[in-house]
Write a protein that binds this ligand. Structure first.
Ligand code: PEP
Length: 270
């Protein structure tokens, strides 16, 4: 399978009307772009089932923005991995900087979530990245290493098999300050090499970029050889903008098969 992975993270946005018009737009204008890419939409939990009904017959997959570390019980407000799986979720975002910040999720909690997501054969999208302070103090690589090391220490060296890693410099998220694509390329390469130090058996490591992607800057990112996909926040809320990004990626990548990143995730099409 040679695919480019594009994930929409709607965060705490959307409504019944927005979902209707979003999928109406896809039906009219965007279905031809769904073949060559893997597109995932992660709406708020309350809308998962509604979105699932919309994507049931088209080549888009359902993502969740979060999962609880417990399977059931007295955990008010939470959603379990079995519930997500039951309604059709395939990908679960973990370690997003907003959850690290506002919900105090540390690498222990993130590891527990990754463990459960993998145990139930779904695909974690692990977000990592540094703050502006870290970047300005030359600590980007130290922070990334720590985020990966802590997870490896808890879950073992093979943890990155069948995982998507999303590199999201926090200062670039939702700010309009997209990072320098050449710099991102270096960091993605570093992440892949670092994972391979632990797990030389790993075949494909899929690393997405996230941070203020839009139709104007997308080409400069997808043309980097180690950027295997995109995690998109603000620009995924508007169907026209989101599918323009997909269209640009599609047109740029379609004749360059070497740019399509081969990855095989065994449960992806189950
Ligand atoms: C995100 O929150 O994961 C993200 C990439 O957001 P934005 O595209 O708005 O920067």
């Amino acid at each position: 399978m040679n695919k480019f992975l594009i994930v929409a993270n709607w965060k705490l946005n959307g409504s019944i009307n927005m979902i209707s018009s979003f999928f109406e737009y896809i039906k009219l204008h965007a279905s031809i772009y769904l073949e060559k890419n893997v597109i995932v939409i992660a709406p708020p939990t309350i809308y998962l089932e509604r979105v699932y009904r919309k994507i049931a017959k088209i080549n888009i997959f359902l993502g969740a923005q979060n999962v609880d570390i417990n399977l059931k019980g007295a955990f008010t407000g939470e959603t379990s991995i079995t519930m997500l799986k039951e309604i059709g979720v395939k990908y679960v975002i973990v370690g997003h900087s907003e959850r690290r910040l506002w919900h105090h999720e540390n690498n222990d909690i993130i590891s527990k979530k990754i463990y459960l997501i993998k145990k139930f054969n779904l695909i974690p999208i692990l977000c990592i990245g540094e703050t502006k302070y870290d970047r300005d103090h030359g600590k980007t690589i130290t922070i990334i290493k720590k985020q990966l090391d802590d997870i490896i220490a808890i879950l073992g060296k093979l943890v990155f098999q069948n995982i998507v890693i999303a590199y999201e410099p926090i200062w670039a998220i939702g700010t309009g300050l997209a990072a320098d694509p050449k710099n991102i390329q270096l960091i993605h390469k570093f992440i892949k090499n670092y994972v391979r130090i632990y797990d030389s058996s790993i075949k494909n490591i899929l690393v997405q970029y996230g941070g203020s992607i839009n139709q104007k800057n997308v080409k400069s990112f997808i043309s980097q050889p180690d950027i295997d996909g995109l995690l998109i926040g603000s620009a995924s809320l508007n169907a026209e903008e989101f599918f323009k990004i997909i269209q640009i990626s599609h047109n740029f990548l379609k004749n360059k098969i070497s740019y399509y990143k081969y990855f095989y995730i065994s449960n992806h099409l189950n």
